[in-house]
Design a protein around this ligand. Structure first.
Ligand SMILES: [Mn+2]
Length: 322
């Protein structure tokens, strides 16, 4: 009898892929998904530590015995990768409670395994603090594109450096950060000094008026075509009405289409070295887990678009995985 894989049945791994923490397996894979259940960088309500598990659970709702089909784009996603077992679930970072510096070292060690084996990294937070050790460890020159309501680049004062208000302050000072583009910035909680400082430093700060004026292709064109990008998606880039399971929602955010269209435009014109997806808080979510589901859709959709690009075929060919 063939399995029918109802969403409530089965062990929860990302898209029902193999869970392995053996780097030897990463060499045989094209994509590795790593959970980072860390939310000690959250200044308000904790709970995003539960997001990797929630996203894995909602991923069980996607077909894996037949292609994932995008009705709007008329594209299938990830069929080659799923049917050939090229995606692996690398499990979760082993968080060290109340020791953020040590946890970040563990994050670095896990991401380094991906760098060493050349596998494409998909990182699921957790709060936004984790982007700092992740991008640092990838250690590959790239333009960083951050979808977010908030800039998350506070000055480091009073030894505060591991919060979700700090990751991009670290990143803009890294040699491998070619530029920072912040998309969806809005609301009343981004200090004017910071907003102006990032622009003066030559980074792109795209507020919502500019999101509408530029459109998806205009946003993608802010980064020189063909140059590598790293993408970091904070779910609060989306409008707060869409994301009950996120503590930091703000009004006047992006629609789902604006986000996906922007991601598609970026991916079609730039090689992506990896991405992270952060700030879903399942403990605040509604009973259906709608925010966790929405997050899973975004991760699967972005990954599907990345794998449908001609340059992905080159990558698979290099790894002998076509
Ligand atoms: Mn953020």
């Amino acid at each position: 009898m063939e399995r029918i894989n109802r969403p409530f049945s089965g062990i929860t791994t990302f898209l029902r892929t193999k869970h392995t923490e053996d780097p030897a397996d990463y060499k045989k894979a094209a994509i590795a998904v790593l959970g980072v259940p860390f939310d000690e960088g959250s200044p308000f309500l904790p709970g995003s530590r539960m997001a990797p598990r929630a996203i894995r659970e909602h991923s069980l709702r996607f077909p894996v015995l037949s292609p994932i089909y995008d009705v709007d784009a008329d594209e299938t996603y990830l069929w080659h990768e799923i049917s050939n077992k090229l995606i692996i679930d690398a499990g979760d970072v082993d968080v060290r409670p109340a020791n953020a510096a040590r946890t970040f070292d563990v994050i670095r060690a896990r991401v380094q395994e991906f760098v060493d084996t050349g596998v494409f990294p998909v990182i699921i937070g957790g709060d936004h603090s984790i982007t700092y050790p992740v991008f640092e460890t990838l250690n590959q020159p790239a333009h960083v594109i951050q979808f977010d309501a908030h800039q998350d680049c506070d000055e480091i004062t009073e030894d505060l450096m591991h919060t979700n208000s700090h990751p991009f302050r670290h990143i803009i000072n890294m040699d491998n950060c070619l530029s920072l583009t912040q998309v969806g910035i809005r609301g009343l909680r981004n200090p004017a000094a910071l907003y102006n400082e990032m622009k003066q430093l030559g980074h792109n700060v795209v507020n919502m008026k500019q999101v509408h004026a530029l459109g998806a292709s205009g946003i993608a064109a802010l980064i020189p075509a063909g140059e590598p990008v790293y993408i970091s998606i904070d779910i609060d880039a989306l409008d707060m009405s869409l994301i009950p399971g996120c503590v930091s929602g703000e009004p006047n955010g992006m629609t789902f289409n604006e986000l996906i269209d922007s991601l598609r435009a970026i991916v079609e014109t730039h090689p992506v070295i990896g991405f992270d997806f952060v700030e879903i808080n399942p403990m605040l979510d509604v009973g259906t887990g709608a925010t966790s589901y929405l997050g899973t859709v975004i991760v699967v959709n972005l990954l599907g678009i990345i794998c449908n690009q001609p340059r992905w075929q080159d990558y698979l060919s290099e790894r002998g995985m076509l």
